[in-house]
Design a protein around this ligand. Structure first.
Ligand code: HEM
Length: 406
């Protein structure tokens, strides 16, 4: 790639315009084809629109409300229980396990035996898929890694996806015969896809990658945001004794989650390629064939929008109504994150409807940890992950101490 055809966007308004341009096509996952080929985030135009329209049916507030109130509390409790029993945990692996269990439910990956071994195997597959999607940043031998990822996809297919398809196809058949009701079907992405295989012309391979993608899209981003929120809250609590009182309320924790996601976006860049010449109102010209990088770390710290202290963690930041607290970390336009409200919650002006107030699963998990007295392990400080060029925590040891409960 030459200097001339790489355009980097670092300001908020220009980034908004770029996200909304239909002539800019997804280009972030070109090196991650092994997992990402033909998955929703890589589609464009009509193909994207028809798949997104279908999957949107599942990602509605009423469904999120049901997940948040009926299904997630049990999974959070079950995942945290062994760590609470041991009075210590490691946040990076715990958050991936937790978010994976939640993402598996929404993607349609059944954990039929429910044993810890089964969960660990799924976790291993997931970590391999994450390496597949982020292959561009992999520091080792990429060819070997790519083969490892193909093998993991095949094993995941045999152990999890295949039996899940059989189970759902049987239920769909029963529904067609009138033996069961619509509400007896699982509410997950796999069921939606299976009911529309013909209409969308989906091969088994595409379904395999779409489900693997949903599993990783829902897990890695939320797990990263969770660990970073915990870290930012720990530091913020240490700044001032009065902060402890504020942190008790879930609405305030939700603000901490959004502020963390603004400051440290889980996907720090979006990348597009230009299908035509584009003239943006903010003055930027993009030529056909140019690669466009939206640098979310800089965009979300644009002082003209977020204030002079934009590069500081400040959950009490006041913003105009037109600007979202999490900045552009969930993207915008056609590829805007489908799981945003599920992950990070919403507080809508219209509070009459209960589904307009969602805490989001990251807030729920953070609240649970703080209520159990979670604090950094004073004897083992956190470390960064050396295998990637991105700033992820490698290990974050914590303890549970009742004197720190909030
Ligand atoms: C903190 C949590 C999360 C963050 C920061 C995040 C971030 C993003 C971003 C930036 C995009 C847009 C990518 C682009 O424009 O190139 C995106 C798309 C997407 N996200 Fe998320 N995400 C999160 C959680 C989730 C969850 C929980 C799910 C699913 C359950 C999910 C599913 C998706 C999907 C399917 C897309 C593709 C949408 C499309 O192309 O139409 N994400 N996400």
């Amino acid at each position: 790639m030459t200097e001339e055809n790489l355009v980097t966007i670092t300001t908020y308004e220009t980034a908004r315009e770029a996200y909304l341009s239909r002539d800019l096509k997804q280009a972030l996952y070109d090196a991650g084809e092994v997992v990402m080929s033909d998955v929703l985030v890589n589609l464009h135009g009509e193909e994207h629109r028809s798949r997104r329209r279908l999957e949107n049916r599942l990602y509605r507030r009423e469904v999120f409300y049901k997940y948040e109130n009926e299904l997630f509390p049990e999974i959070i409790e079950e995942t945290l229980a062994p760590h609470l029993g041991a009075r210590k945990a490691e946040l990076v692996s715990l958050s991936h396990q937790l978010m994976m269990n939640l993402a598996a439910l929404t993607a349609g990956v059944d954990r039929l035996s429910g044993t810890p071994e089964e969960t660990f195997r799924l976790y291993d597959y997931l970590m391999t898929f994450i390496e597949g999607a982020t292959l561009a940043h992999y520091q080792g031998d990429r060819k070997t890694k790519e083969q490892e990822i193909k093998d993991a996809l095949a094993a995941f297919d045999e152990e999890f996806l295949g039996p899940g398809i059989v189970r759902r196809s049987t239920l769909i058949g029963e529904l067609e015969k009138g033996n069961i009701e619509e509400t007896d079907l699982p509410q997950d992405v796999l069921t939606v896809l299976l009911r529309n295989v013909d209409h969308l012309d989906l091969t088994h391979e595409v379904i395999l990658r779409e489900i693997a993608f949903y599993l990783l899209a829902g897990t890695h981003t939320s797990a990263t945001a969770f660990t970073r929120t915990m870290h930012n809250i720990f530091e913020w609590l240490d700044e001032d004794v009065d902060h402890k009182e504020k942190i008790c309320h879930p609405d305030f924790i939700r603000r901490c989650v959004h502020e963390t996601i603004r400051l440290q976006p889980s996907s720090p860049v979006s990348q597009r390629s230009a299908e035509a010449e584009i003239q943006l109102a903010s003055g930027l010209t993009i030529n056909k064939g140019d690669k466009v990088v939206i640098d979310l770390i800089q965009v979300n710290r644009d002082a003209s929008v977020f204030g002079e202290d934009a590069d500081k963690f400040n959950p009490e930041r006041k913003l105009p109504l037109s600007v979202q607290e999490h900045g552009l970390s969930f993207g915008l336009g056609m590829h805007a994150c489908i799981g945003k409200d599920l992950a990070a919650g919403i507080l809508d002006g219209d509070n009459e409807k209960p589904e307009n107030h969602l805490n989001g699963l990251i807030t729920m998990a953070v609240q649970n940890m703080l209520a159990n007295g979670c604090r950094p392990d004073p004897n083992t400080p956190p470390t960064m992950n050396p295998s990637t060029s991105r700033p992820y925590f490698g290990e974050y040891p914590v303890i549970f101490d009742s004197s720190y409960r909030v």
